[in-house]
Design a protein around this ligand. Structure first.
Ligand SMILES: Cc1cc2nc3c(=O)[nH]c(=O)nc-3n(C[C@H](O)[C@H](O)[C@H](O)COP(=O)(O)OP(=O)(O)OC[C@H]3O[C@@H](n4cnc5c(N)ncnc54)[C@H](O)[C@@H]3O)c2cc1C
Length: 393
């Protein structure tokens, strides 16, 4: 407890935004001995992070043109960096967090892979992808109706709510609910934030507000890297099939992107399927009903052995927020850039959180302020996953 709440308190960093970028950064800073607090406007994970599919991937889905690219290679190390965190010797401590799925899969109808089959078997991909014998297929593909190929990737899937719970728990009382803006926060050589009678002075302000970074920078009158948003139209399917699925479908894919990217998430006593991939990128111009109709058609092709007639479909439109790229292309790496005492961050993908952690640490001066602060503000709650906020029609 602070002896005099009116005396300004000095800390190393204020982090704005409680998605994966802010929570991961807070965790990394605390491990390294920084004195930092985080402010979240609504609830932790409420925007992109709890709408994500939770895939910790090494970028192979970006190599479906049949060659390794900058994008696929920049993130190749991420699954092993996250596995180190799960095992207790990584950048942050995630021991006790059990993945939703230990592996992610790719599948295609017989004959659908063409020269990709040779590429998948190439030396450059050894250890990252493995063609499975039928006996090793996940349960959903062990049926006569499926006569294709299944590959196991080094990738895995996290329960993003459990991830946020763990990061929040480790941070103790350092996460508060507050929308930061220019009315109570000023930036000169350092950063001053006033909350009621309390004043906080920080060496650095770390902007991890996702799509909110641009408005936040405007409100604080600081210059930062311009932002771009790229929309996705995801689909949620509730149905009676008891098997969870974690797989990219390549059957009949017409370009170098999975036709469907499927993850499964607990929904009452069963599982719902959450669909992304080409369906979600191509579907941004469709209204919800048309997108659900297309999703049903896609499932009838990709999972033709399952009866989809009684399934319930809903959809969800959401933007990814990233640093601006030429021609709205996808960034390959996490992003962190300094402007005065501010660091603006976009992880660009959940899987790139460890890369973001490295980049932020490289931009900070050593820790200077050890004395903990307690603010008279409520703690930020954890949001519900995006699919839990949609109800079947
Ligand atoms: C549908 C979808 C699926 C995805 N699937 C994957 C996947 O499987 N694997 C993968 O690697 N990546 C995936 N991604 C990308 C990944 O989810 C994002 O890159 C990542 O979650 C971004 O995290 P963030 O913390 O930067 O942003 P966000 O999660 O959007 O968090 C920003 C937070 O800042 C808060 N905020 C905003 N303004 C303020 C303010 N002024 N004051 C205080 N707080 C503020 C917001 O309330 C929000 O909680 C997916 C993205 C989408 C949209």
């Amino acid at each position: 407890m602070n002896p005099d709440t009116r005396a300004p308190r000095h800390i190393d960093a204020i982090i704005v935004g409680g998605g994966i970028a802010g929570l991961w950064t807070l965790s990394v800073l605390l491990v390294k001995g920084y004195n930092a607090v985080l402010f979240e406007a609504e609830s932790l994970g409420c925007e992109q992070t709890l709408a994500s599919q939770g895939m910790i991937h090494g970028g192979l889905k970006y190599a479906l043109s049949g060659r390794l690219t900058g994008a696929s290679e920049a993130i190749a190390a991420m699954p092993s960096r996250w596995r180190a965190c799960l095992a207790g010797h990584g950048q942050v401590n995630l021991t006790g967090l059990t993945p939703l799925a230990d592996h992610y899969y790719m599948f295609a109808d017989r004959g659908a892979l063409g020269r990709l089959a040779t590429f998948f078997a190439s030396k450059g991909l050894r250890g990252r992808i493995e063609k499975l014998a039928r006996a090793a297929y996940p349960e959903i593909f062990q049926v006569d109706g499926f006569q294709g190929y299944v590959y196991r990737l080094d990738d895995f899937v996290l329960d993003t709510t459990a991830l946020i719970e763990q990061l929040k728990h480790q941070a103790g009382q350092r996460i508060y609910r507050l929308r930061v803006d220019g009315r109570h926060c000023t930036v000169d050589d350092s950063v001053t934030l006033r909350v009621g009678p309390q004043t906080l002075i920080a060496n650095r302000l770390i902007l991890c507000a996702g799509a909110g970074n641009a408005a936040l920078a405007r409100s604080l009158g600081i210059d930062t890297t311009p932002m771009q948003t790229r929309p996705l139209h995801q689909v949620i399917v509730r149905h009676a099939n008891p098997s969870p699925v974690y797989a990219h479908c390549l059957t009949g894919a017409k370009r170098a992107e999975p036709r469907l990217t499927v993850t499964s998430h607990r929904d009452g006593d069963g599982w719902l399927w959450y669909l992304g991939g080409q369906l979600a990128t191509d579907g941004v111009e469709r209204d919800s009903q048309s997108q659900c109709d297309v999703a049903r058609d896609e499932l009838n092709v990709c999972f033709s052995w399952i009866d989809w007639s009684a399934a319930n479909f809903t959809s969800l439109m959401i933007d990814r927020a990233e640093p601006e790229q030429t021609g709205l292309t996808r960034p390959d790496e996490a992003f962190a850039a300094v402007s005065g005492p501010c660091v603006t961050c976009w992880p660009t993908k959940l899987t790139l959180a460890p890369d973001l952690g490295d980049r932020v640490l490289a931009l900070l001066p050593p820790p200077q302020h050890a004395e903990p602060v307690t603010l008279d503000l409520p703690s930020a709650p954890i949001a519900a996953p995006a699919w839990a906020q949609t109800t079947p029609p």
